[in-house]
Structures are given as C-alpha cells and as structure tokens.
Design a protein around this ligand. Structure first.
Ligand SMILES: Nc1ncnc2c1ncn2[C@@H]1O[C@H](COP(=O)(O)OP(=O)(O)OP(=O)(O)O)[C@@H](O)[C@H]1O
Ligand SMILES: [Mg+2]
Length: 334
C-alpha cells in the first residue's frame, strides 16, 4: 500500500484542438494521479498526447485553438478554476517543467544566472544579489563546474548537456512539489543522459519533489519510475507499477512497445532502449473511433474490439488495462 498523500489528480482530462479539418482530440479522457515524492512515467509513441497532457496541467495550452476540460486537482485545488494570476504563482514555484526542447525554452539574451534568478525574484521576492547568489548555488547543485563564472555566461556558451542542467536548475530553484520533465534526456548522448538521471534522482531525494517524466526511452523508465502510464491515441491504455508492467504487460499495445526492452535495472550505457516499432499507424485523432483505439493495429482485435471501447479494468493490484482480452491475475492465458 502506498500511503503517501495524493499531490496531483487528473480526472477525465480532455484537451482538444480545433483545426481547419476537424477537432483533434489530442487528449481524450485521461485520468491518473501522482503521490507526493513519487515518480510517474508517461510513455507512448509520438503524437499520442504526452506533451499536451503536461502542458494542460500547467495550463500552457493556447486557447483557442485548444480547449481543456475535466479536472486537474493539485493539493486539492482545481487548477482549471484558478485565475491567470493564481496559476502564475503555481507555475515555476510549486509545479515546474523541463520542456522537450531546451534551447528554445532558454532565453538567449539573458545570462544563465538571470534565467534562474528570474523565477526566484518573481516567486520569492529575492533581491538581485540574493538571486545571483542562489543561482550560483543551483548551478553548483546541478553539477556545473565553475558556477561563479558560468552564472554570467549565456546559454549558447554551454554544451547541450550543460544547458539541460541549467533547465533543471531553473525548474528546481523554487523547490517545487512537482517537477514535470518532458523528454529531459532524449537530445543528449548516453553518458550525459545517465548523469542527468542521476541528478534528477539525487534532487528528488534532496528536495522531495514528485516527478512526472515523459519519455520514449524504456531504459529511463526502468531506472527512475515507480509507476507507469501508457498512452495511445490520446487515451490511457494501461497503468501499472513499473516492475509489474515490464514483467507482465497486459495491453497488446504495451506488449508491442516492450518488444525490445533492456532488462529492468540494467545499465543505460551503450544500450538502445527505444520503444520498438509496431506495424501500422496511429489512427487520426480527428475521427471518432467507435471501439478500441488500438484495434486497427492489434493482432488480437475481434469484432467486439472494433465495436465496443474497452474500459480500464483492474487486472492485478495497481495494474489497469483497457483491453477486452487482457487477462486478469490468476487466469490462464489462452
Ligand atoms: N497547439 C496545437 N494546435 C493543434 N494541435 C496540436 C497543438 N499542440 C499539439 N497538437 C496535437 O496534439 C497531438 C498530441 O501531440 P503531443 O505533442 O502531445 O504528442 P507527444 O505524445 O508529446 O509526441 P512526441 O513524443 O512526439 O513528443 C498531436 O496530434 C499534435 O499535432
Ligand atoms: Mg512531446
């Protein structure tokens, strides 16, 4: 039993985009929760709605063309009901995010120190010199050598890995309760990846933040996550404790993704641990699919699957899957 209090509760999240040729149901009825101090991974193929889910939590979806519905409760408050000002106070302070593209989310005309200091001055009212002092401390904490010098340099003077560390420093400067990391290591080479992951783990123990990590990389999932949500075409199709998911994936989509997975706990170095390829394409999110969203690519699909959408059902303790044919614990495989 996990007794940690629930920090974030997302219920029936629907984020749709109005486009020229119809409504894109990027996220279509997704629910999950994150406990204090927990690390949850969200995985799934490109375009399945992972980043949109993250941006919806922080209310960073442009409206229009976007529209968010459902409920997102953070420490009991519904974020969708807050004013813009209340939301700004939460963003970067209580919930912070490491974005998928580090270069585009750093401001090229501000020094590394100013970028870190900006959030501190905004949220914690520090003076200029206090903010710089704290920025140096943060750069040191994320393992940047000579932080006293680097704090006055600009992002383009840093390597990709160092820039990602600056992003992490910004994200953690205010000791957030929740860190959302969208593909934090994808653009980096494996050695740096491993260092960044170590750093996130270390900071998690030090600061006690909960982490939602979005990744394509199953090696990363195996190394850092406690629980995993698998998304497909804007829906959650499976959720399970990490060891359980790797040992007994129950949804045919997850089974496909795990086709070539390194063993749980094996080192990242030198491994390729990308999701494996599943034949076929993700269906367009602009048409209503009557049955299971995965039916068009599923080796087990039947008429039932094409007609009736499977609900998420409990298959083992803490393990849910949305598949008519996923076996429950103790049942004999066909
Ligand atoms: N501002 C927007 N306007 C219209 N459609 C959008 C917008 N942002 C995202 N989408 C659409 O939402 C869907 C989900 O995109 P999202 O970025 O969440 O995918 P993802 O799972 O993060 O993929 P990746 O792994 O490639 O990062 C896509 O079809 C995308 O085109
Ligand atoms: Mg994304």
């Amino acid at each position: 039993m996990d007794n940690r209090p629930v920090l974030l509760e997302v219920e029936n999240l629907q984020t749709h985009f109005r486009t020229m040729d119809g409504v894109n149901r990027a996220v279509d009825g997704v629910s999950f929760h994150v406990r204090s101090g927990e690390t949850l991974a969200i995985v799934g193929e490109s375009g399945c709605g992972k980043s949109v889910t993250a941006m919806s939590i922080l209310r960073l979806i442009p409206e229009p063309p976007g529209k968010i519905a459902g409920s997102i409760r953070f420490q009991g408050r519904d974020l969708l009901g807050l004013s813009d000002k209340e939301m700004r106070d939460i963003r970067g302070n209580e919930i912070s995010m490491i974005f998928q593209e580090p270069m585009t989310s750093l401001n090229p005309v501000l020094t590394n120190g100013q970028q870190i200091g900006e959030t501190l001055r905004l949220h914690q009212g520090l003076s200029k010199s206090q903010a710089e002092e704290r920025a140096v401390e943060m750069l040191r904490l994320v393992g940047i050598p000579e932080p006293g010098r680097r704090v006055r340099e600009y992002p383009h003077q840093l390597s990709g890995g160092m820039r990602q560390r600056v992003m992490i420093a910004i994200a953690l400067a205010c000791n957030p309760k929740l860190l959302i990391a969208d593909e934090p290591t994808t653009a980096l080479d494996v050695t740096i990846q491993a260092q960044i992951l170590d750093l996130m783990r270390d900071l998690k123990t030090r600061v006690g933040a909960a982490i939602v990590i979005i990744t394509h990389d199953l090696g990363v999932v195996a190394e850092v996550a406690e629980r995993v949500v698998v998304m497909y075409a804007g829906r959650k199709v499976e959720e399970a404790p990490v060891a359980d998911l790797f040992r007994t994936p129950r949804h045919p989509y997850t089974q496909g993704l795990l086709g070539s997975v390194p063993k749980l706990g094996s080192s990242l170095t030198g491994q390729t641990s990308r999701l494996s390829e599943i034949p076929g394409l993700v269906p367009s999110l602009k048409q209503k699919i009557p049955g299971c969203v995965f039916a068009s690519r599923c080796p087990k699909a039947s008429d039932l699957c094409r007609a009736v959408p499977p609900g998420l059902a409990l298959k083992a303790p803490g393990h849910f899957a949305a598949c008519h044919y996923a076996e429950a614990e103790g049942s004999v495989a066909a």
